[in-house]
Design a binder for this molecule. Structure first.
Ligand SMILES: Nc1ncnc2c1ncn2[C@@H]1O[C@H](COP(=O)(O)OP(=O)(O)OP(=O)(O)O)[C@@H](O)[C@H]1O
Ligand SMILES: [Mg+2]
Length: 474
């Protein structure tokens, strides 16, 4: 890297001498006659290093330094000071100058100092680029999973992230659609530009359109000022449209045009705006049914699903559950500043078998809550059950569903036995947990878990739990 240097001095001879010296070193050099001109140059140009004399008529070196720090904190400033004024040089360094050159200087010293400063600037830039890359990768690595289904998801992300195509991300609520959108953006060449997110659910047509395309002042009641829409905000980057299935039918035509032509008008405006935006969309709805019912435009449907990426529900990839638990435990422990607690075998088994209707989101909350609330050194099933299942689910041991894979009758039986055992352990630990929290007070425990007192007593008898041993008086 050669680098761009600005030399500031109100002495012409000095400017010329420095310019000759540094140009020979291969830098692109410009000069400013005094502080005022320097300020203008800094605002206009993109320099890496500014070398400024300290004492000049009018705007002085310190002010140039201050200005440079404000305009571009990465801009490196070297101060030229009169021989013997080390004190002032130190003060300049405190204010952010990276180095100083005492006058009169020898050419070698100037070369060495400028080279070193330029290398640092370069290093900083590399570092930033690296950071951006790492952040991009992290967006991908944050998606945990090793089931074949998730491997297919990763594979598709890797294949399509840097292609400028629309991707439709499908999956039940809480399966990680937004994470996938993040990964697609941060792995694309658009990663340094904005990723703008918008949820289409529960918005009126007027609002959706004003959100998407912006509006002009007075476009509708309440539009008191012009407003930029998400498409404009995402220019150069990515627009992630969540719950796209909820987009009002009337808006869909406008949106389709924007997808195809990359142009639109603000609501209430007639100026056509052009944007360069990649669109990612997500839905947990049956779009095909929407098309059949006339609620979702067929042309838009085909345009959106150029690439379709489906994330299966967590219950269909149970092998990911332990991995996810581990991930969330570590993350939560760090975030909350608590030691990570392991799960007991029973708790882990319960998690693997749970239905997780809320998918990964539900699992994550259950783990976080358990980490914070579990009284012991380990997380037991009872600590988890609260965030995992409605009381009714945990207490009704009735029809046990078979595992999804093709199970042989004997497998099925042992699966059922295991599950029945787990459910019983669950019930016990769940009730014990509630009773302990209320010092053995049955009424209060029943209240908390939403059971009738009599039913709780009945259940306790069946399971051989006595309130006395919990310090209760009932
Ligand atoms: N594979 C995964 N690895 C790590 N975390 C995940 C994974 N999948 C989901 N999560 C986490 O679960 C939560 C829900 O994920 P996300 O918001 O992406 O789901 P979603 O599919 O967009 O849900 P919704 O349809 O409700 O908007 C987030 O906290 C996310 O970080
Ligand atoms: Mg989401």
């Amino acid at each position: 890297m050669t680098g761009r240097v600005l030399i500031v001095d109100d002495e012409k001879a000095m400017r010329l001498a420095l310019k000759a010296l540094l140009s020979k070193e291969g830098y692109e050099v410009e000069t400013a006659d005094g502080g005022e001109e320097a300020v203008r140059c800094i605002e206009q140009g993109s320099f890496h290093v500014v070398i400024t004399d300290l004492s000049m008529n009018g705007v002085g070196g310190m002010q140039v330094l201050e200005h440079a720090r404000r305009v571009d904190p990465d801009l490196a400033v070297i101060m030229i000071t009169a021989y013997g004024s080390e004190k002032i040089a130190v003060q300049a360094m405190k204010l952010g100058a990276v180095d100083y050159l005492p006058k009169p200087f020898d050419n070698d010293e100037v070369r060495v100092v400028v080279r070193r400063v330029m290398d640092t600037v370069q290093l900083k830039r590399d570092h930033r680029r690296l950071l951006e890359q790492v952040q991009g990768d992290f967006g991908f690595e944050q998606i945990v999973g090793r089931s074949p289904a998730m491997r297919r998801v990763f594979d598709t992300i890797a294949k399509v992230a840097d292609a400028d195509v629309t991707v439709l991300i499908r999956g039940e609520s809480g399966t990680g659609k937004e994470l996938v959108a993040n990964a697609l953006h941060y792995r694309s060449p658009r990663r340094a530009k904005p990723l703008i997110k918008m949820n289409c659910a529960a918005l009126s047509r007027e609002l959706v359109e004003s959100e998407l395309f912006g509006h002009e002042r007075g476009a509708f009641t309440g539009a008191i000022a012009r407003r930029e829409g998400k498409f404009e905000a995402a220019d150069g980057g990515t627009l992630f449209l969540d719950e796209v299935g909820d987009m009002p039918l009337e808006t869909q035509a406008k949106f389709l045009r924007c997808l195809q032509e990359r142009e639109f008008e603000r609501v209430g405006g007639n100026q056509t705006l052009k944007v360069d935006v990649r669109v990612l969309a997500a839905t947990n709805q049956d779009l095909e049914a929407g098309v059949r019912a006339g609620k979702f435009r067929e042309d838009l449907y085909y345009r959106l699903r150029v690439i379709e990426l489906t994330i299966p529900p967590l219950a269909e990839r149970r092998e990911d559950v332990p991995l996810l638990i581990d991930h969330f435990l570590r993350e939560a422990a760090q975030r909350f500043g608590r030691p990570a607690k392991p799960l007991t075998t029973a708790a882990l088994r319960a998690c693997v078998e749970h239905q997780w209707k809320g998918n990964v989101r539900e699992l994550r909350s259950a783990v976080e809550q358990a980490l914070l609330l579990a009284p012991g050194a380990e997380i037991d099933a009872a600590d988890l059950v609260h965030g995992m299942a409605p009381v009714a689910d945990a207490l009704v041991s009735a029809p046990l569903s078979a595992p999804s894979a093709s199970a042989s009758p004997s497998n099925l039986r042992s699966f059922r036995d295991a599950k029945a055992a787990v459910v019983e352990t669950f019930e016990r630990e769940f009730l014990l947990g509630a009773l302990r929290r209320h010092g053995g007070n049955i009424s209060k425990a029943a209240d908390e878990i939403g059971m009738y007192r009599q039913n709780l007593q009945q259940k306790m008898r069946e399971l051989g739990i006595s309130a006395e041993e919990l310090g209760g008086d009932e």
